[in-house]
Design a protein. Structure first.
Length: 280
């Protein structure tokens, strides 16, 4: 089974990779581009491929797997890829001061992913460590991590039900957000003064909870109605979001406070803000 993952980054250079035959394969051209100052990494690799056998490399290294990766034009194209072991051998033939730190980075990226697949709890533990280092409290982190699990369950359901990734996912997500909070994702980000930042990383506890309610409700409705395709799942998203939106409005009336706020954690970390408000 092949699985395209998000790009990984080494010193601001994007490296494409694909999960193939139970291990990571990395784009050779991308790695060469990250390690050298070559204006033409493809030609660099072409020359290197001919040179490697002269240095004693076997065919396993030079005959890299041709795997389909997303190219600059957005299309899947066959690309020379190497697993971690073969990539180490290729790197040894590239004179670059970045070679050693790259080897350490490559080993960590490949090994961490294998560990996380074998033990999903490890992925959660790492995520929690990252959020803690960014200044989030334990209470907030638990809700954020749970929200990620709820989101993953929803997107898995969409995938099974014929919803196309990226564009259709975004439309359905906006449908839930609009019904839950009265704002699309982009409108919500603008309201909070965010640009490239992740909206959910700047939500407070209640915003996270209602986000989860909207997405969990959508999953439940899609299953119950056996929603198939984009149109039926859009209807489920609207209904799921409305359940969360109705609950939000009821809470706002009873508490006399708005759930949707323009607050963010750009200038003051969440844990610090939480403590300040608690000490008032």
């Amino acid at each position: 089974m092949e699985q395209h993952d998000k790009l990984v980054v080494f010193e601001d250079k994007k490296i494409r990779r694909i999960w193939h035959n139970d291990e990571w394969y990395f784009s050779v051209v991308d790695v060469i581009g990250a390690l050298t100052e070559s204006a033409d990494p493809r030609n660099y690799w072409k020359v290197l491929k001919h040179r490697l056998p002269e240095e004693g490399s076997n065919e396993t290294v030079t005959n890299c797997n041709q795997l389909k990766l997303v190219a600059e034009d957005g299309k899947l194209r066959e690309t020379d890829c190497a697993n971690t072991k073969n990539m180490f051998r290729i790197i040894q033939s590239i004179p670059s001061p970045k070679a050693e730190p790259f080897k350490l980075w490559l080993a960590r990226v490949g090994y961490d992913r294998i560990q996380e697949i074998e033990n999903p709890e490890l992925a959660q533990a790492r995520m929690k460590e990252i959020y803690k280092a960014k200044g989030y409290s334990g209470d907030w982190i638990e809700k954020r991590v749970r929200g990620i699990a709820v989101r993953d369950e929803l997107t898995d359901e969409w995938d099974k039900r014929g919803v196309k990734e990226n564009k259709e996912y975004a439309i359905l997500t906006n449908e839930i957000s609009k019904a839950t909070f009265g704002k699309t994702v982009d409108e919500y980000k603008a309201f909070k003064g965010l640009k490239r930042q992740n909206l959910r990383d700047h939500m407070n506890d209640l915003e996270l909870i209602f986000t989860m309610l909207g997405e969990a409700s959508t999953t439940k409705i899609a299953r119950g109605k056996n929603a198939l395709g984009f149109t039926e799942n859009k209807a489920a998203a609207s209904k799921g979001g409305k359940i969360a939106g109705d609950a939000r409005r009821k809470l706002e009336v009873e508490s006399n406070e708005n759930v949707v706020t323009p607050e963010n954690y750009l200038d003051e970390p969440e844990a610090q803000k939480r403590k300040r408000l608690k000490d008032k």
